[in-house]
Design a protein around this ligand. Structure first.
Ligand SMILES: CC(C)(COP(=O)(O)OP(=O)(O)OC[C@H]1O[C@@H](n2cnc3c(N)ncnc32)[C@H](O)[C@@H]1OP(=O)(O)O)[C@@H](O)C(=O)NCCC(=O)NCCS
Length: 111
């Protein structure tokens, strides 16, 4: 999903990546610094969560540096061990595996 400014500039992007039949991950969330603080990131995440709900996912996770931002949207901090599908699919190939400084968070989707 992308957000455009009134003049058609790309203002932000973000995606919902299915991990399994019941869970998905928010990835590649970024807002152009010119548009920070205008509610665009919040709007994108809310829309991605709504898509997750419509698609039947029960849990949405993210690995992030923006812990406070996601906390305000209802995400809770979790141990990375809670997400074995993410670990086995991507993290094992990451050079940061042992020193990962991102925080794992999850959101429980209401059916
Ligand atoms: C994190 C990011 C997506 C936030 O987008 P944004 O459009 O600036 O955020 P919003 O304007 O929607 O802010 C929503 C709320 O989160 C807060 N917030 C935003 N960025 C924050 C941050 N980095 N730390 C703490 N709080 C933050 C805002 O103050 C706002 O609070 P409020 O609802 O009480 O007013 C954006 O700063 C960004 O692209 N950062 C770089 C990439 C990144 O960190 N992506 C996150 C995935 S790793």
């Amino acid at each position: 999903m992308v957000a455009e400014s009134e003049t058609g500039d790309l203002a932000a992007c973000g995606a919902l990546l299915p991990l399994w039949t019941d869970s998905a991950e928010i990835v590649s969330l970024a807002v152009d610094p010119r548009f920070h603080g205008a509610g665009i990131g919040k709007g994108l995440v809310r829309e991605l969560l709504e898509r997750a709900r419509r698609l039947g996912f029960q849990e949405v996770i993210t690995l992030t540096y923006a812990v406070e931002f996601f906390s305000k949207l209802g995400f809770a901090i979790q141990s990375k061990d809670q997400f074995p599908r993410k670990l086995w699919r991507e993290c094992l190939e990451c050079p940061q595996l042992e020193d990962c400084d991102e925080t794992a968070m999850s959101f429980q989707v209401c059916p």
